[in-house]
Design a protein around this ligand. Structure first.
Ligand SMILES: Cc1ncc(COP(=O)(O)O)c(C=O)c1O
Length: 342
């Protein structure tokens, strides 16, 4: 099939309309079989719980074309189960995991001309979104739900891909509450982080690095990604905290780092540890691995990359991960799956 007429190498991390999306409804206690929709606007009840009370959660998954033109998807089963956890945490009806996989396969098949060509550096980003849609005015869970899943071809989240970014440690704004919902992917967490992100960007930083909301002593994560550091004695340290999203990319990097000979430490990470690292990075589906150039905390800046170049550890983890995702290297971990195309 002929590809869509897009400038694949120059794609930003942004929305491009594709041919269709899918919509599934949970009404009268069961999920329907879903329908294919071309119009990329929704019609919702003005009192839907997703609009007023934030009953919304979502996921982000990437699919890649391999050198033979096959389409590979990365660890989507983990996204399916994370979305169930997100839904349950804010009392929404979860979307069944098998149906989630079927929906993705169908959607990608229908939009195959939007899958970026192998080697373009772009990928197909798949966004499932679950919404409470009952028209209710009291604060209580919806009875009816909608799962929509759309896809859009994207380039790197942080401009420049593997170009190192500057982070600012945020001390006065939390993205998530202690004992709140920071460990699930609900829209409200992102709204709560907008002010901090805006402030960091307006001061010339690419993103915020959040501290734990309880003690403000430990690193949580960056706006859209988990954080990791590499020590002089080759340890891969990444924060463990109840208020960060357990990243599927980070889970993969912990395995890759271990197999590359690093000692992996997944534990609370004191903010002062930033001054002892030799490299640092942000990781996530959208961010992939984005090396950190510097971190500024209480007016002091620690710099990891003197030039605009990733350090060797970030670079090798990036090369390893992206080679597996794009089918350039054998996937001995069982993380990728070929999406059947008919
Ligand atoms: C807040 C936050 N943390 C971490 C991540 C990275 O998670 P994953 O690697 O599963 O995409 C994301 C992106 O999904 C995110 O939005």
């Amino acid at each position: 099939m002929e590809k869509a007429d897009l400038n694949w190498q120059a794609l930003p991390f942004d929305y491009t309309k594709t041919d269709c999306h899918l919509e599934y409804y949970f009404i009268n206690g069961q999920w329907d079989e879903g329908k294919v929709v071309e119009d990329d606007r929704l019609s919702l009840h003005i009192s839907a719980t997703c609009l007023h009370y934030g009953q919304e959660c979502f996921e982000g998954i990437k699919a890649f074309e391999d050198p033979e033109g096959r389409v590979l998807i990365f660890r989507e089963k983990d996204n399916a189960s994370r979305m169930v956890r997100s839904a349950e945490k804010i009392l929404m009806q979860p979307f069944p995991e098998e149906k989630f996989i079927e929906a993705i396969d169908k959607l990608v098949g229908l939009n195959r001309r939007f899958i970026p060509p192998h080697g373009s550096g772009a990928s197909l980003y798949i966004r499932p979104v679950l919404l409470g849609i009952s028209g209710i005015i009291g604060v209580k869970p919806s009875t009816d739900y909608m799962l929509l899943v759309f896809c859009t071809p994207v380039g790197p989240y942080f401009k420049g891909g593997l170009k190192p970014i500057k982070l600012l440690v945020e001390e006065s704004i939390d993205r998530a509450a202690a004992d709140g919902v920071g460990d699930v992917k609900v829209g409200g967490n992102y709204a709560a982080g907008l002010r901090a992100s805006f402030r960091a960007k307006s001061q010339g930083y690419a993103e915020t690095l959040y501290l734990d909301p309880k003690e403000k002593k430990y690193i949580d994560e960056s706006g859209p990604a988990n954080f990791f550091g590499i020590t002089q004695d080759n340890r891969y340290i990444t924060p463990d905290s109840d208020s960060i999203l357990p990243s599927i990319t980070n889970k993969s990097l912990m395995v890759l780092a271990k197999d590359q000979g690093f000692k992996v430490e997944h534990r609370p990470m004191h903010i002062e540890e930033i001054f002892t690292l030799k490299e640092a990075g942000c990781c996530g589906t959208a961010a992939v691995i984005t090396p950190v150039k510097s971190i500024t905390y209480k007016g002091k800046t620690v710099t990891y990359c003197e030039k605009e170049e990733a350090g060797p550890v970030c670079k090798s983890l990036y090369d390893n991960l992206t080679a597996i995702q794009a089918g350039l290297k054998e996937d001995s971990y069982g993380w990728t799956r070929e999406i059947p195309m008919d």
